[in-house]
Design a protein around this ligand. Structure first.
Ligand SMILES: Nc1ncnc2c1ncn2[C@@H]1O[C@H](COP(=O)(O)OP(=O)(O)OP(=O)(O)O)[C@@H](O)[C@H]1O
Ligand SMILES: [Mg+2]
Length: 371
C-alpha cells in the first residue's frame, strides 16, 4: 500500500492543520446538530476527503453506540475503508454527468442499511456538468431525512452560488511547512526511515502545503535511497529537484568573501544544472527577507520557519552584513527580476547582481568581521 493511503488519518486527532474544521464537526456530532449538507473547500491534498470519511464514521459510530447496538463501531468503521453500503463516494471529475446524479437520486431513496445515515460524498464537485449540478441542487434542497451530503472541491468559485445557502461550508487551509515536517517525522518514525530534519523541512517547503504530495515525495526518496542512508537535503534536491536552500547561504558566503569570479561561476553552475532563474531569484529574496525579519522583528518564529541550522547561519550573516547592505541588496534583486522580464539572459542578470553586491561591500568599507 502506498504511504499516503497507509497513513490516511482515521480520527480527527490525526488530521493535521485543520483543527478548526475538526472542532466544528465534532461539536455538531456531540450536540446532535448535524446539517444535511456540507461543502468542504480548499487546496488539494490537505484532508478534505479524509475528513468526510472520518466525519461519516464518527457520526455513525456515535449514533450506533447510543442505540447500544453490538459491534456498532466495526460497522461504522467500514466507512473509513470506503467499504460501507451507506457511504457513497463519487468522483465528479470522471463521473460528471446527469446520469450519475439520476442514479444517485434513485439510490438515496432507500434507507441506510447498517447505520443511521447514508452519506454521499461528491469529490471534485465543481466538475459536475451544468445539468448534473442543477439536479444535485434540487436533491440537496429536498433531501430524504436519512442522507448527508458532503461536496468536496478545490475550486469553490466554480460551484453554483445557490448551493452555499443550503450547505454549511468549511474551508480547509494549506498545511504549513512545520505541520508537514511534523507529519513526515511521525511517518518516518513508524517506517524506520532515517531523515535529517532539514531534509524533511525541504520536502515540506517544496510541496506547497499539500500533505499528500509531501508523503509521496518522502516515499520516492525512501525508494531511491539504499535504506541504510540518512536522507539529506542534498538527496531532496537531486531526487525531487527541490531547491536546497543552503545553496543560497553558501552564495552569500562567497559574496561576503568578495569572491567575484567564484560567485558568478556558482550561480552559472546552478543555472546550467537546470535550476530555473526565477526559482533562484525567489530563494534569494526569501533569504534576504529572513535576514531582514530576524534583524528587525522580535516574534520571528511566528513569521518565518527556520531550522536550527538555518538560524545559526542567519545569525552569522546578521553579524556580517549591515542593515543598509540588506536593504540595498533587495533593490538589486528587484533589478534582476526586471532584467529577467526584459529577456536578459539569466547569467547576465545574476552577474550584475553579484557585481553590485560585492562593489557595495567594497565601496562602503564593510569590514570582514570574523576573518
Ligand atoms: N490534514 C492532513 N493530515 C494528515 N494527513 C493528510 C492530511 N491531508 C492529507 N493527508 C494525507 O494525504 C492523503 C490524501 O488526503 P485527502 O484525499 O483527504 O486530500 P484532499 O484534500 O481530499 O485532496 P484532493 O483535493 O486532491 O482530493 C491522505 O491519505 C493522507 O495520507
Ligand atoms: Mg479529495
Amino acid at each position: 500500500m502506498i504511504l499516503a493511503n497507509k497513513y490516511r488519518p482515521k480520527s480527527f486527532d490525526e488530521i493535521v492543520g485543520q483543527d478548526h474544521v475538526g472542532d466544528i464537526l465534532l461539536n455538531s456530532i456531540k450536540r446532535n446538530k448535524v446539517h444535511h449538507a456540507y461543502i468542504f473547500c480548499g487546496p488539494s491534498g490537505v484532508g478534505k476527503t479524509t475528513t468526510a470519511r472520518i466525519f461519516a464514521y464518527s457520526l455513525s459510530s456515535f449514533l450506533n453506540s447510543q442505540d447500544g447496538e453490538d459491534q456498532c463501531d466495526e460497522v461504522a468503521r467500514k466507512i473509513l475503508e470506503d467499504d460501507s453500503p451507506d457511504y457513497i463516494e463519487i468522483d465528479a471529475a470522471s463521473n460528471r454527468g446527469i446520469d450519475e446524479i439520476r442514479h444517485l437520486k434513485e439510490d438515496i431513496r432507500y434507507k441506510p442499511i447498517e447505520n443511521k445515515y447514508k452519506f454521499v460524498v461528491i469529490d471534485e464537485a465543481h466538475g459536475l456538468t451544468g445539468t448534473a449540478a442543477e439536479a444535485l441542487l434540487k436533491m440537496i434542497e429536498e433531501p430524504p431525512g436519512h442522507v448527508i451530503f458532503i461536496l468536496c472541491t478545490t475550486e469553490v468559485g466554480k460551484l453554483k452560488q445557490t448551493l452555499f445557502s443550503r450547505c454549511i461550508s468549511l474551508r480547509f487551509h494549506l498545511a504549513t511547512p512545520t505541520i508537514i515536517q511534523g507529519r513526515l517525522k511521525q511517518i518516518c518514525d513508524s517506517e524506520n526511515i532515517e531523515i535529517e530534519s532539514d531534509a524533511a523541512l525541504g520536502i515540506a517547503r517544496g510541496c506547497n502545503g499539500n500533505v499528500r504530495l509531501a508523503i509521496q515525495y518522502l516515499e520516492t526518496l525512501a525508494q531511491a535511497s539504499s535504506g541504510d542512508d540518512v536522507i539529506s537535503p542534498k538527496e531532496v534536491e537531486s531526487v525531487l529537484n527541490i531547491f536546497d536552500r543552503s545553496k543560497i547561504s553558501a552564495l552569500f558566503e562567497l559574496i561576503y568573501e568578495r569572491k567575484m569570479g567564484e560567485s558568478i561561476l556558482y550561480i552559472n553552475d546552478m543555472i546550467t544544472s537546470g535550476f530555473d532563474a526565477h526559482d533562484i531569484l525567489e530563494m534569494l529574496v526569501e533569504y534576504l527577507r529572513n535576514l531582514l525579519i530576524c534583524r528587525t522583528c522580535k516574534n520571528v518564529n511566528s513569521i518565518i520557519i527556520l531550522s536550527d541550522k538555518e538560524k545559526e547561519i542567519i545569525k552569522k550573516d546578521l553579524s556580517r552584513f549591515s542593515f543598509n547592505f540588506l536593504l540595498e541588496n533587495m533593490t538589486y534583486l528587484r533589478e534582476v527580476n526586471g532584467n529577467l522580464v526584459n529577456n536578459f539572459s539569466p547569467q547576465t542578470a545574476f552577474d550584475n547582481y553579484i557585481l553590485k553586491s560585492i562593489l557595495y561591500l567594497e565601496h562602503n568599507h564593510e569590514q570582514k568581521k570574523d576573518k
